[in-house]
Design a protein around this ligand. Structure first.
Ligand code: BGC
Length: 467
C-alpha cells in the first residue's frame, strides 16, 4: 500500500517536472548578454518605414467631449482624482494648432511617416452630426504631412470616443458597434485619397484591462465578465470595420490593421508550477484571445471561476492586412496565497526600470515579433518607446530595442516599419504629464519643443548613421 502511494507521488512529481521542462523549452525567458553585443550591428532595408506616433487626446488639446474628459473630472469612491495629482489633459501639447511646427520636428528626425489618431468626439460631437471644421482640420494635417514627404498612418480609435457613445454603453453593447463602423467608413471615404495606412482600434486589450478589470481607465470597472464582452465586441468591431473599408473604393489598395499590445507574462520562479499556471492563463486572456481571433476567428476567454467563453466569428479570421505591434516590456508573475489578488508583479535584481515602472526588456520585442509573425501577416511596430524624464536610459533603450528589431528582421520576420512612441511628451492617461515619452521634451508652460540628447540614437538609426 505504502509502496503504491510512494509510486503515485513519484509519478506525479515526475509529471510536473516533465511539464515544467516542456513549458521551459517552449517559452524560454530570453535574456541577452548586452555587454557582449555590438549594438551598432543592425541592418534594416532602405525602404524600412520609420515613423513616430501620437494619439489625439494625448497631444491635441481641447478634447472635452469624450469619455476621458469626463473621467479626468471625476473622482473615485474615496474622492481621489482619477489622474495622478488631479491633472487634466487640457491644452496638452496644442498639437491641434501647432501641427505644422510638429511636422517640422518630424522632418528634423528624418522619419517618413506619422501615426496619429482622429478624435471621433470632435468630428461627430452628436450622433450623425459631422463637424466640417474638424474634418477640414485633419485634411490640413494630412496634406501638410504629404507635402513634407511623409506618409500618414491614421488610427480610428485610440482609447477615446464621444460621450454620447459612452452613454450608449460604448463597446459593452454589440448594438453600438455599428456607430463605430459607420464612423470608420465616413473617415475612410473622406481621407482615403491621402491616407493608405489605417489602424482600426488601438490596443483593445489595454483598453479592456485598464477600463474593465483594473478600473484605472474609464469607465473604471472591475468586472471580468463585462471585460470579456467588451473585448469580444471590440474585436468584432475591428473585423467589421476592416471588411467594410476593404470593400470601399481604394479599400483594396489600403493597408488596414489592428494594433495589438503584446505583454509577456513570465513566471518569476521558473521551477514553480503555480507561477507558470497563472502566467499562462494571463497570456491566454491578454494575448491569445486577440491573436487567436485573427488567426482562426475564434474568441476564447477563460478566467477561472468567472468567465468561460468560446465563440466563433468567421469574419475575424485573417481580418487584418498587417499587425500593428505595440511593445513596451514584459512582466514577471509570482503567485501568493491571497484569494483577493493571488499574484504579484516582480522584477529581477539587474532590471533597469523605466519611469512607468517596468523594465527595459528589448529581448521581449524580439520575442513578440517572432510570435506575432506566426500569423503570417506583415508586422509594423506601431509603438515602442520609453518614459524617461532624466533622459539617462533613453539611448540604451533605443539602441537595444532597435537591435532586437533588426535581429528579428535578419531572421526573416516580415517587419516593415517602426514608429517611436512618442514624438512629444504628452498626456500619459492615468499618469498625467509626468511620464516623459517624447523624443522631444515639451515645456508645457511655453509649449517649446526640444530634442532630447538620448533621442539622437534614434535619429542616427533612421538616417542610417552610427553603424
Ligand atoms: C498607448 C499609448 C500610451 C503608451 C505609453 C500605449 O499603451 O497606446 O497611448 O501613451 O502605451 O504608455
Amino acid at each position: 500500500m505504502l509502496f503504491l502511494l510512494f509510486l503515485g507521488v513519484a509519478v506525479a512529481v515526475l509529471g510536473v517536472v516533465a511539464a515544467l521542462s516542456v513549458l521551459d523549452s517552449r517559452h524560454p525567458e530570453l535574456r541577452w548578454q548586452w555587454d557582449q553585443i555590438d549594438l551598432g550591428r543592425t541592418s534594416l532595408p532602405p525602404d524600412f518605414l520609420w515613423g513616430t506616433a501620437t494619439a489625439a487626446h494625448q497631444v491635441e488639446g481641447g478634447c472635452d467631449g469624450n469619455n476621458w474628459s469626463r473621467w479626468e473630472q471625476s473622482a473615485d469612491v474615496h474622492g481621489r482624482p482619477r489622474i495622478r495629482r488631479g491633472q487634466r489633459s487640457g491644452a496638452a501639447c496644442e498639437h491641434w494648432s501647432r501641427f505644422r511646427e510638429d511636422i517640422e520636428c518630424m522632418r528634423a528626425l528624418g522619419v517618413r511617416s506619422y501615426r496619429f489618431s482622429l478624435e471621433w468626439s470632435k468630428i461627430e460631437p452628436e450622433p450623425g452630426r459631422i463637424d466640417r471644421e474638424a474634418v477640414a482640420h485633419y485634411h490640413e494635417v494630412i496634406d501638410a504631412l504629404r507635402s513634407a514627404g511623409m506618409r500618414p498612418m491614421v488610427t480610428l480609435h485610440h482609447f477615446t470616443h464621444p460621450l454620447w457613445f459612452e452613454d450608449l454603453g460604448a463597446f459593452e453593447r454589440a448594438a453600438n458597434i455599428e456607430h463605430f463602423v459607420a464612423f470608420g467608413e465616413r473617415m475612410f471615404r473622406e481621407y482615403a485619397d491621402g491616407v493608405d495606412l489605417w489602424c482600426t482600434i488601438n490596443e483593445p486589450g489595454v483598453c479592456v484591462t485598464m477600463g474593465y478589470v483594473l478600473g484605472r481607465f474609464p469607465p473604471g470597472r472591475a468586472d471580468p465578465a463585462t471585460a470579456a464582452t467588451v473585448l469580444r465586441n471590440m474585436l468584432v468591431a475591428h473585423a467589421r470595420v476592416y471588411r467594410r473599408l476593404k470593400a470601399l473604393p481604394k479599400g483594396e489598395g489600403a493597408e488596414i490593421g489592428l494594433v495589438k499590445n503584446v505583454l509577456q507574462f513570465d513566471p518569476y520562479r521558473r521551477w514553480h508550477p503555480l507561477d507558470w499556471l497563472v502566467a499562462r492563463l494571463l497570456d491566454a486572456a491578454y494575448n491569445r484571445s486577440i491573436l487567436g481571433f485573427l488567426e482562426d476567428g475564434e474568441f476564447r476567454m477563460y478566467v477561472p471561476g468567472r468567465v468561460r467563453r468560446v465563440e466563433s466569428y468567421p469574419d475575424g479570421q485573417g481580418a487584418t492586412d498587417f499587425i500593428g505591434l505595440n511593445y513596451y516590456s514584459h512582466t514577471y508573475i509570482k503567485t501568493r496565497f491571497d484569494p483577493r489578488w493571488p499574484l504579484e508583479r516582480m522584477l529581477r535584481a539587474d532590471d533597469v526600470i523605466t519611469d512607468m515602472p517596468y523594465p527595459i526588456y528589448a529581448e521581449g520585442l524580439y520575442r513578440a515579433l517572432r510570435r506575432v509573425s506566426r500569423l503570417g501577416k506583415p508586422i509594423i511596430v506601431t509603438e515602442n518607446g520609453i518614459a524617461d524624464a532624466r533622459d539617462d536610459r533613453r539611448e540604451t533603450f533605443i539602441r537595444r530595442y532597435l537591435y532586437a528589431l533588426s535581429v528579428a528582421h535578419r531572421e526573416g520576420v516580415d517587419v516593415r516599419g517602426y514608429y517611436y512612441w512618442s514624438l512629444l511628451d504628452n498626456f500619459e492617461w492615468a499618469e498625467g504629464f509626468d511620464m516623459r515619452f517624447g523624443l522631444y521634451a515639451v515645456d508645457f508652460a511655453t509649449q517649446e519643443r526640444r530634442l532630447r540628447a538620448g533621442s539622437r540614437a534614434f535619429v542616427e538609426r533612421v538616417r542610417g548613421e552610427g553603424g
